[in-house]
Design a protein around this ligand. Structure first.
Ligand code: F6P
Length: 323
């Protein structure tokens, strides 16, 4: 393989630049040419493809976002769109791809690889950490630390005013961001899609704390929780506990930005190199990940269909520590 392409797709995550850098540098190290595809599958269809040299990725490892931009492409979901994307890759002589993204990215990559036979290896780039086949995704550690920093600040004001804060964190359908935020932020309760927590449980927990003269309360609500979003949960709880002063904070996209942590830079660098080496070893249709400190390649179909289970002990920890 003499020429490969790299792109980022779906929601950006801190560390994507570190991963692009590692892909470029690992390829150059192996004497392989690299092309950067801008705006994911959308840019692939439009032929937004440019050569990346070693110095194209200088001074990027510490930067948030993605230098290749990102997008979610409806066109790529059609056969016609994928045919056009493949034609563009052929035009540039690209023989293999590194896809950095989450489950939507790998769903597209899986179909593309099966239809046109182009080898693709994925690096898990999402703050959600919801991909089977890796213990951590690129950007997750940074997002958790960003959220935790905000939660600490909210605790200051919550404590000053004897308030209860309902803080909504991202994670799509998973509670991976919510759990460490709850444990690390000393939250009284965590609500995640993987474990049902009723409004009544929230009310009872807060009332018990209030009766024990607790001065502030933090409830972490994962955005995908089935009981509702933070605003809905807060409104229900406030009805049952009218004497408590409730506020809602939705952390939102702040969790997606910022300079990647050391852990994310290291993970991104390791996986970027693994993607290039995997392609050169003849692997395809797999995601590179780290499980129990070891590098593994998991078929795309498994990363997108198998559920990564949250250790129930972590949920239990929140309850134990908030007594
Ligand atoms: O997948 C990353 C993520 O930030 C999720 O946590 C969130 O649900 C979603 O993307 C938000 O997507 P968008 O940036 O399109 O609003």
């Amino acid at each position: 393989m003499k020429r490969i392409g790299v792109f980022t797709s779906g929601g950006d995550s801190p560390g994507m630049n570190a991963c692009i850098r590692a892909v470029v540098r690992a390829a150059v190290h192996q004497g392989v040419e690299v092309y950067g595809i801008t705006r994911g599958y959308r840019g692939m269809i439009k032929g937004e493809i440019t050569r990346l040299e070693s110095n194209s990725v200088s001074n990027t490892i510490q930067k948030g976002g993605t230098m290749l931009r990102s997008a979610r492409s409806k066109e790529f979901m059609t056969k016609e769109g994928r045919r056009e994307a493949y034609a563009q890759l052929k035009k540039f002589g690209i023989e293999g791809l590194v896809a950095i993204g989450g489950d939507g990215t790998f769903t597209g990559a899986n179909i593309f690889c099966e239809e046109f036979g182009i080898p693709i290896i994925g690096a898990p780039g999402t703050i959600d950490n919801d991909l089977y086949g890796t213990d951590y995704t690129i950007g997750y550690d940074t997002a958790v630390n960003t959220a935790l920093d905000a939660i600490d600040k909210i605790r200051d004001t919550a404590d000053s005013h004897d308030r209860v804060f309902f803080i909504e964190v991202m994670g799509r359908d998973s509670g991976y961001i919510a759990i460490p935020c709850a444990i690390g932020g000393g939250a009284e309760i965590v609500m995640i899609p993987e474990a049902e927590t009723s409004i009544q449980t929230v009310v009872d927990t807060l009332r018990t704390g209030w009766d024990r003269s607790k001065t502030s309360f933090i409830v972490i609500v994962a955005e995908g929780d089935e009981a509702g979003n933070a605003t809905e949960v807060a409104s229900e709880v406030q009805k049952a506990l009218p004497y408590m002063d409730a506020r809602v904070t939705i952390l939102g996209h702040v969790q997606r930005g910022g300079s990647p942590t050391a852990a994310d830079r290291l993970l991104a660098s390791r996986l970027g190199i693994a993607c290039v080496e995997g392609l050169l070893e003849g692997r395809k249709n797999v995601m590179a990940g780290i499980v129990d400190s070891k590098l593994v390649y998991t078929p795309f179909i498994e990363t997108i269909t198998k559920q990564k289970i949250i250790n129930p002990h972590f949920i239990q920890m929140v309850n134990i520590l908030s007594v």
